[in-house]
Ligand binder design. Structure first.
Ligand code: AMP
Length: 249
């Protein structure tokens, strides 16, 4: 059983990014980039399924410019057997990524595709759902538990009211939520091993996919500054403030 794990290169979650002065987007020059945290969780789950003997091969795939090789190497250090880069310098929107992933899945024929629930840069939370629709596969989003039983997979999902458990026939698409697992640390020996693992490079054209953007970003703005807090001398003053300050709910 092959598991395909799409991984995105995003601004490191610990870095504070700034909006470009022209409002056209976020300034990523000289910003530390990382593997999208939810994709790390997706990769961990795939590797655990391989360690349990459920999966035979874990393939990481990333779409973007040549620098995405870095996140593919990280994914391989986490345990992926090989990587696929779909290389393009075009801006990729979720629909384009979903089309590319569908084309890669058609080639690789995975039984399971595990994505992150969202990329922390654009917070779109769309690619897994679009991929499932394009590939006509069952999907379970926001997974917090995954159990493969033969030709079926049981997925516990985090939904507003609590937890929902679904059973789907394989092949299927899953998107990973925060509590699915705690990813392992990447060790130096595994980083060294990852350098020798195979990494194939494809292009949108070789996959026959048109990645032209369909959405136009009109404006990106910084969030409003938080107003300064105040110090109160004692509990009575605090209660007085809470009662009398209109903004306190
Ligand atoms: P999004 O819909 O953009 O929030 O992304 C959801 C998930 O889709 C991510 O967690 C990744 O697993 C996958 N994904 C999004 N963009 C890419 C990309 N450029 N390359 C590979 N996987 C991606």
């Amino acid at each position: 059983m092959i598991i395909l794990v799409p991984v995105k290169r995003v601004a490191d979650p610990n870095v504070k990014v700034r909006v470009k002065s022209n409002g056209e987007g976020v300034d990523l020059s000289n910003v530390k980039m990382s593997l999208n945290p939810f994709d790390e969780i997706a990769m961990e789950e795939a590797v655990r399924l391989k360690e349990k003997g459920v999966a035979t091969e874990v393939i990481a795939v990333s779409c973007g410019d040549a620098k995405c090789q870095e996140v593919l190497r990280t994914a391989m250090a986490l345990g992926a057997d090989r990587g696929i880069l779909v290389e393009t310098t075009e801006e990729l929107q979720p629909l384009a990524v979903a089309k590319l992933l569908k084309a890669v899945a058609d080639q690789v024929q995975p039984r399971l595709i595990i994505l992150g629930k969202q990329a922390i840069d654009d917070d779109a939370n769309q690619t897994g759902q679009m991929l499932a629709a394009l590939a006509d596969l069952p999907q379970a989003t926001f997974a917090s538990k995954v159990t493969v039983n033969g030709d079926q997979v049981e997925v516990t999902r985090e939904v507003d009211g609590g937890l929902e458990t679904l059973a789907m026939d394989l092949p299927a698409v899953i998107t990973a939520d925060l509590r699915l697992n705690e990813p392992r640390y990447v060790t130096l020996p595994n980083i060294m091993k990852a350098k020798k693992k195979p990494l194939d490079v494809l292009t949108p054209a070789s996959l026959g996919v048109d990645v032209a953007p369909r959405l136009q970003t009109l404006k990106v703005v910084e969030p409003a500054q938080r107003s300064a807090g105040i110090k109160v001398p004692d509990v009575a003053a605090l209660i007085d403030q809470l009662k009398n300050t209109a903004k306190v709910i």
